[in-house]
Design a protein. Structure first.
Lengths: 304, 294
């Protein structure tokens, strides 16, 4: 085992005492049981379910092999759902990252009042998505909502925010970006603090404009942070559920039906648990792919 | 002091003030402030609108043009929502679940992280990486079998079903393990030489030293647990066991067009968390830096 080979060098104690051994065992035996019982076993169980025509409370489940996978991959609705999920994840991540980076660059040099500003931007991050979606449901209301009221006041036509298949997803994305931007901004701020001031001072002496400083110092040096933000944003985006559950229920015309919502509906409303499990594994494959991308990026040497 | 020296800087100042107004304006970050304040307004307006609507009588919520301040402010929405949502019960349930889950998870994860960070034994890294790998399994994958398991154990619609799967979290274990590397081994050895038991060392030495990580993770997990939605939605079916987000979602589905009521409900859900946040924000902001970068 790899771990035992490096033991002698890493060891800070030459002998493991009896008390120490008992301590480790007392902690790690229940730990192992927990992670097997509540993570690994369900994972294997989910795969097992995905190979069956699985119905809750039925004694004998019918084995169907890969038929569930075949069915969903040939189902135009499922393909649309995967497309919707990508649409959400990519648009929300790209928009959120750009806005957050811009805000972080604006707030970074500020000394007085920066705490208050950061708190205000962070406010929605603290709040439950359900509560935020409740509020935005009202803001987006077609006849009396605040957004359309403001549009009518400046002479523009109303927008059918959540009621048109074209607008519903952008509306959900807009709200999600608003809700998450404070979090990303703080990650970027931490990254900005790691860039030496002297870089900017040197650039200023050479006559670089603010825009050039951002383009040639800030953005390249923040590349690792940006990569982290983008990948975690995409993984989070694949899981989007609460917003669409409360605001549109996947509609209109399935334009906001996302993977998580679709899996939930199949598993717990229609009770096709085998099919739902196979969908969940498609999602798992996407997340694993993103995780590998991130591991690759993290391993890359970033030369400053 | 010589006269020459005191005079020299004065001259440079008078020369530079004239064309330095732009530079000074840039230093004062005026445009940054303006943009950031505009952005902050965008962040705050939905909350203000929520509060304002929650104090309006139903007829006023759908009048045009909309007014920022209610003409006839009323607390009726709050009384009605508090009663219909069974708000006292929801607060209690949610607080209980969030506190219990947070304490258990942070305690066990600190203990496991300590073992992985400070002890050497066969198979340690293998076990650690298996645990860490479980972190990337999306909840959607294991929620279905987990639900079947809970029903089979007879734990469906109980708080056990909410608490048991969250006894420990791979992410918290990972963060604690990272932190343990910063604690010097000599400290532990000194304790052992003095004859302290391993549990004593953990409780009296390691836990107090881990206070910054513990504070951050407690704040974080409390926030996440308080806002948790999907699993309680699936596994809890009795109304009197609902947690706040589920209760609110059901309430919104039933009273969707009575915006005074739904906004009062949202305010009741948001305000306690915001107050808690203002009290603990230092840990949370530190925590993002910690968790985001490492």
């Amino acid at each position: 085992m790899a771990a035992s080979k490096v033991m002698p060098r890493k060891a800070h104690r030459s002998s493991v005492r009896g008390g120490e051994f008992r301590f480790i065992a007392t902690v790690l035996v229940p730990t192992t049981i927990f992670y097997v019982l509540f993570r690994l076993y369900p994972l294997a169980y989910a795969f097992y379910m995905s190979l069956h025509d699985w119905k809750l409370l039925r004694v004998q489940q019918t084995f169907v092999g890969l038929k569930n996978y075949q069915t969903i991959l040939n189902d135009p609705l499922f393909i649309k759902v995967v497309g919707n999920t990508f649409y959400f994840a990519i648009a929300a991540t790209v928009l959120g990252t750009i806005v957050a980076l811009y805000l972080a660059i604006l707030i970074n040099p500020i000394e007085r009042g920066s705490t208050v500003l950061r708190l205000l931007y962070f406010l929605p991050v603290m709040t439950s998505t359900i509560a935020i979606a409740t509020v935005w449901l009202w803001l987006y209301q077609t006849r009396f909502g605040l957004f359309n009221a403001l549009l009518t006041m400046i002479g523009l036509p109303r927008i059918p925010w959540l009621q048109s298949p074209d607008w519903a997803m952008p509306s959900i994305i807009l709200m999600s970006v608003w809700a998450g931007v404070g979090f990303t901004m703080i990650i970027f701020l931490a990254g900005l603090r790691g860039i030496p001031r002297s870089f900017y001072e040197a650039a200023e002496i050479d006559g670089a404009t603010t825009l050039q400083q951002v383009r040639y110092i800030t953005i390249p040096l923040l590349a690792p942070v940006t990569a982290f933000v983008v990948v975690t944003g995409l993984i989070g985006g694949f899981n989007v559920f609460q917003q669409v559950f409360l605001m549109t229920r996947g509609g209109p015309l399935d334009s906001t039906r996302t993977l998580a919502l679709h899996i939930y509906d199949y598993a717990f409303l229609r009770l096709f648990m085998g099919t739902a499990a196979s969908m969940a594994f498609v999602m798992f494959a996407l997340v694993i792919a993103m995780t590998f991308v991130q591991l690759r990026i993290q391993r890359t040497e970033w030369e400053f | 002091m010589d006269a020459d020296i005191t005079q020299a800087p004065q001259q440079t100042i008078t020369v530079s003030t004239g064309n330095n107004i732009w530079k000074r304006l840039r230093r004062s970050n005026l445009s940054n402030y303006l943009l950031l304040i505009a952005g902050a307004l965008v962040m705050v307006i939905p909350f203000i609108w929520m509060l304002s609507t929650s104090f309006k009588p139903q007829a006023e919520t759908i009048s045009f043009p909309p007014r920022l301040l209610p003409m006839h402010p009323t607390l009726d929405n709050y009384f009605e929502t508090f009663q219909r949502l069974n708000m006292g019960r929801l607060y209690l349930n949610t607080a209980f679940i969030a506190v219990v889950k947070t304490i258990i998870n942070v305690y066990t994860s600190s203990l496991i992280g300590y073992i992985f960070g400070k002890f050497v034994f066969r198979g340690r890294d293998l076990l650690f990486y298996i645990i860490l790998a479980t972190w990337i399994i999306p909840f959607e994958v294991y929620m279905i079998p987990l639900y079947v398991m809970m029903v089979n154990f007879g734990l469906g619609d109980t708080y056990w079903a909410l608490i048991l799967p969250e006894i420990s979290s791979a992410y918290a274990v990972f963060l604690f393990r990272q932190f343990m590397f910063t604690i010097p081994n000599d400290l532990l050895d000194a304790g052992r030489i003095d004859g302290a038991s391993e549990w004593y060392i953990f409780h009296r030495l390691i836990l107090p030293l881990s206070r910054p990580v513990i504070a951050t993770l407690v704040a974080f997990y409390f926030m996440w647990n308080w806002n948790d939605f999907l699993w309680p939605l699936i596994v809890i079916s009795s109304t009197n066991k609902y947690v706040l987000p589920v209760g609110l979602a059901v309430f919104v589905a039933e009273h969707g067009t009575q915006y005074g009521l739904t906004m009062a409900g949202a305010s009741l859900a948001i305000v306690p968390v915001v107050i808690l946040f203002l009290l603990t924000q230092r840990h949370i902001v530190q925590g993002i830096t910690l968790t985001g970068m490492k």
